[in-house]
Design a protein around this ligand. Sequence first.
Ligand code: ADP
Ligand code: ZN
Length: 202
Amino acid sequence: MNIVHGHIGWLEVICGPMFSGKSEELIRRMRRSLIARKRVQIFKPAIDNRYSNDEIVSHSDLRIRSQVVRSAEEILDLLEIRTEVVGIDEANFLGAELPEVANHLADMGKQVIIAGLDTDYLGRPFEPIPALLALAEEITKTLAICVQCGGPAKFTQRLVESSDLIVVGAAGLYEARCRRCFEAGSHRQQLLDFVKRPGKGP
Ligand code: ADP
Ligand code: ZN
């Protein structure tokens, strides 16, 4: 649902666990904006320099061109004044400044569409998405399919223990689980640190 008319700014958030289709939904909305001939810019965080590239890639291998940023503030630096729609993926890696930046963009009259994980690997609220939900005009919660029982999954189950800050890759490291099948475990890391490997599908 895109209820933006004229220059009224707007903030939409797409959140949920890994594999729930957040990137697909962001790409779908950005493509629709392009079909409507709106000027769009899409950003994603530079999580791992080795794999920085110029595309958002979903687990189902949908792709769209994007710009890499190292911080939320850098979005303001790279913003072109005529841009009407701003898309941001993997927002959970952009830190505590993102809500202020997103609010500022919406106040400037931009349609802002943000996708990110809303919970960490223990199922706890994962900032900055909870703060963004409070600021948003529109919220979409996506669910994955539980790989154990086939039910609706809102948890991201970590399958390995790692002391690395960022664990690159998807298959084998994390999987979607429902409330009943989710096991919080006792891993040391505090935050879900998954990042998709650019250019690779599931
Ligand atoms: P997210 O951005 O939320 O991690 P993506 O948009 O990148 O999700 O990928 C969603 C796609 O992942 C689905 O359309 C499907 O093809 C694939 N997929 C793989 N495992 C699952 C799962 N357990 N539940 C749902 N989709 C899955
Ligand atoms: Zn289950």
